[in-house]
Ligand binder design. Structure first.
Ligand code: F0G
Length: 457
């Protein structure tokens, strides 16, 4: 007999209190935070869906592995355990630990970037784009057209526009130091890239002699979608799909705060010996010695164990089904969400829900603030606040105005998610009364983290 309820494939081992607040308290808190949810104290949030990055629950076996951590400065056995767990899935020649994903990006583009260079990607995540642009290089997004349409139901909306990539490489190969491919495509809605598309992207890169580097934060979720959706892949183990993906690339950047189940960590992996040497030198400047790279030995051990758990089929089935549970419930209540539902998050389409708010008055910000004030749910704007400011200082509407509800791994139960559904429904019922915002203060780059807003009457 098969049962339809997808249960959490774990039980609770230690618990953390959550803090109940009233709407009046939250109104004061968000006003004091300059209407920026990143400025709100975590204890003033009830359900925190700001990010799935570093916010997941570690397993009993990960906590046990931490006790095994060896804190030797150089040559720690914990590094070997970590490196072996990484290369079991991603058999690259060099594995360079970093404290998180953006440190790997900073080092990679420190070596490869520079004025006049161009870096294509299906869609750059904000830190990736910022690290490319910081070196003076240009970041180009080349996702397929369906990937920019929130309503399109293409099963692999994270796919690279391979013809566009081929053309860009044909015209500008000499200034393209690498091609990036983000799996899953976070900024585009947590959408997967198909194995066929990864193969084609790899072929085009190899034809032009340009290395392909994966931004592989959510590799296991991407591989599960391949397993579920791609013809001919349903019988393969996720681990084997991941190894094939790695074989098609020349390296990777990784935030181990996502699929590897860490609260902190990352790495850069490469096949090119000379480039790896250059990156290790940069690593020593900011992160540390190459056998720990900004992490404690115990962190490396936790990640090694987390990687094993990340490709477990029971876990991935629950993970993807529980994200879809939230997204489908919202869609059924008429709330516009990016379709199909992504792996780590549900993306509300604020442009569709709040069509009366001009993109330059930040409908996504308005929706995110309303979810917080009404229900204590913290999401994250992924729209014009995040992407609108251009390197030349002008401001243009982003391709989409989304609010991301990211689901921390193994952290919230189904009743927490049922509550989130109710809060979203209550906010949607009052959507017409929500107003836009203007920015009263912003930094030069990555403004969404620290900008302050004022509501527009
Ligand atoms: N690449 C992608 C696709 C990401 O989603 C992130 C982080 C990074 C790189 C950078 O990694 O945070 O470890 O430095 N994404 C988080 C998020 C912050 O909320 O989506 P990091």
């Amino acid at each position: 007999m098969t049962f339809k309820t997808i249960i959490e494939p774990f039980r609770i081992h230690s618990v953390e209190p959550m803090h109940l607040t009233t709407p009046a308290q939250r109104k004061r808190a968000i006003q004091a935070a300059g209407y920026n949810l990143f400025n709100v104290r975590a204890q003033d949030v009830l359900i925190d869906l700001l990010t799935d990055s570093g916010t997941g629950a570690m397993s009993r076996d990960q906590w046990a592995a931490m006790q095994h951590g060896d804190e030797s400065y150089a040559g720690s056995p914990s590094f070997e355990i970590f490196r072996d767990a990484v290369t079991d899935l991603f058999p690259f020649s060099h594995v360079i630990p970093t404290h998180q994903g953006r440190a790997a990006e900073k080092i990679l583009f420190g070596a490869l970037g520079g004025a006049g260079q161009i870096v294509p990607n299906n869609t750059h995540f904000d830190t990736t784009r910022a690290n490319v642009e910081f070196t003076g290089a240009t970041a180009v997004d080349l996702v397929i057209a369906e990937g920019r349409d929130p309503a399109s139901r293409h099963p692999f909306k994270g796919n690279m526009d391979v013809a566009g990539l081929d053309q860009l490489l044909t015209e500008h190969k000499s200034v393209i130091p690498c091609v990036m491919l983000t799996i899953t495509n976070n900024s585009g809605g947590g959408q997967p890239v198909s194995l066929a598309n990864i193969r084609e992207t790899s072929q085009v890169c190899r034809k032009h002699g340009v290395p392909l580097i994966l931004d592989a934060c959510r590799f296991a979720e991407n591989a599960w979608f391949i397993h579920e959706r791609e013809p001919g892949q349903g019988e393969r183990a996720v681990r084997d799909i991941v190894r094939e993906i790695a074989s098609l690339a020349d390296g990777m950047t990784m935030s181990a705060k996502k699929d590897p189940m860490g609260n902190i960590g990352g790495w850069l992996a490469l096949n090119d010996d000379a480039l790896a040497e250059q990156c290790r030198t940069l690593l020593i400047l900011t992160e540390g010695f190459p056998t720990y790279g900004g992490l404690a030995g115990r962190d490396l051990e936790a990640l090694a164990q987390g990687l094993k758990e990340a490709v477990d089929h029971d876990y991935l089935k629950y993970r993807i089904a529980s994200t879809a549970y939230l997204g489908e419930a919202l869609a059924e209540s008429g709330i516009p969400v990016v379709q199909p539902i992504g792996g780590h998050a549900v993306y509300l389409d604020a442009r569709a829900l709040l069509s009366h708010i001009d993109p330059l008055q930040y409908p996504g910000q308005s929706l995110a603030v309303a979810l917080y004030v009404m229900g204590g749910v913290r999401g994250c704007e992924i729209g014009t606040v995040m992407f609108g400011r251009q390197p030349d200082g002008t401001e243009i509407p982003a391709a989409m105005e989304l609010v991301r509800l990211a689901i921390p791994r193994r952290t919230y139960t189904q009743s927490h998610i049922d509550y989130v559904i109710e809060v979203c429904q209550a906010v949607a019922a009052e959507a017409g009364s929500l107003r836009g915002y203007r920015i009263s203060k912003e930094p030069k780059a990555l403004r969404h983290f620290t900008a302050e807003f004022q509501p527009i009457d």
